[in-house]
Write a protein of this length. Structure first.
Length: 139
């Protein structure tokens, strides 16, 4: 299947992760640093996320959570599009920037740049949208 996909796309470079690659990514994330170890000055970090499909295809998904210093310092979130290939949202740089300047609140938007299904790799981006609010308390 992947060989046909590569031929169809010609010389374009396409990264399609296998189940083994995804499992390895999960193991790497599980071995990551804890917030308290990486950012000892942070006492609490909360993130509120709202994910919506392009063109309002489905109702937005809203999720919020608070992270203590014992939580893993992993700020990469999967795309909610079940067909998305190699997409997701990485808030690591935003959070690191906030902590470096001791900011307490931030909000913004990210657009998924994954592919909208295997049949669309190289042709159609996912474009799911993440709106976020981050609040950080310092020790």
């Amino acid at each position: 299947m992947f060989e046909r996909l590569k031929k169809a796309l010609g010389a374009q470079s396409v990264s399609v992760k296998s189940a083994e690659d995804k499992a390895a990514d999960s193991q790497i994330e599980a071995r990551g640093e804890r917030i308290g170890d990486k950012f000892p000055e942070v006492s609490k970090l909360s993130v509120n996320l709202s994910v919506k499909a392009p063109f309002e295809k489905i109702e937005p998904t809203i999720r919020g959570f608070s992270l203590s210093p014992d939580a893993m310092a992993n700020f990469v979130f999967r795309c909610k599009n079940t067909e998305c290939i190699d997409g997701g949202f990485d808030l690591t740089e935003e959070i690191e920037r906030m902590i470096a300047s001791y900011e307490t609140n931030s909000h913004g938007r990210r657009v998924c740049q994954g592919w909208d299904g295997r049949q669309n790799v190289g042709h159609q981006r996912c474009y799911y949208e993440l709106n976020f609010v981050i609040n950080i308390s310092y020790a």
